[in-house]
Ligand binder design. Structure first.
Ligand code: FES
Length: 183
């Protein structure tokens, strides 16, 4: 198993260090796999790093993941840049990921996106000026039966209507940053 220790690097992007709790969770995740297969824990450890880096993966955060797993930096970059659930740029406190694949589109996801764009005064891919919300269009999130839907952190918000969107935005304005993990 790779040696686990806090990592702080400073070049290029803000420094990043895993918390003690996250390092303990990394250790638990890595222990699920044989010593020679610790890379199998890469996806959940990327989620941990993202959660501890205000919702996005800086180069330093990805390098810390590589060090914890004892793998090449490029092995982390290529995975992090492949999956849409990893953010390679800073995001708002709440990241609204609206599904726009066919079943959701047929059930009105375009209208939901347009409603959010108007309400938040941003376009897809942008963050509100106050840093509160980022809006993103994503592919199927596996909840087609409750379309249209969006994901915010680890939670799904389903059967969306403009009224439900209004209630969700009001609720999120009073909540701390949404995360993908329970740490
Ligand atoms: S198409 Fe939207 S959740 Fe599957």
């Amino acid at each position: 198993m790779a040696t686990l220790k806090a990592v702080t690097t400073t070049e290029g992007t803000p420094p990043f260090s895993f918390s003690a709790e996250a390092l303990a969770e990394c250790k638990r995740l890595i222990a699920r796999y044989p010593d020679s297969k610790s890379k199998s824990a890469l996806l959940p450890i990327l989620h941990l790093a993202q959660s501890e880096n205000e919702g996005w993966l800086s180069v330093n955060a990805m390098d810390a993941v590589a060090q914890v797993l004892g793998i090449q930096h490029i092995e982390v970059y290529e995975v992090a840049s492949f999956y849409s659930m990893y953010n390679l740029r800073p995001v708002g406190r709440h990241h609204l990921e609206v599904c726009r694949t066919t079943p959701c589109m047929v059930r009105g996801s375009d209208d939901i996106i347009a409603y959010l764009e108007k309400k938040l005064n941003i376009h897809v891919g942008e963050t509100t000026k106050d840093g509160m919300f980022t809006l993103k269009g994503v592919e199927c999130l596996g909840s087609c039966g409750t379309a249209p839907m969006l994901q915010c952190g680890a939670k799904y918000h389903e059967n969306l209507t403009p009224e439900k969107v209004d209630a969700l935005i009001d609720q999120l304005r009073n909540e701390p940053r949404t995360n993908y993990t329970d740490l």
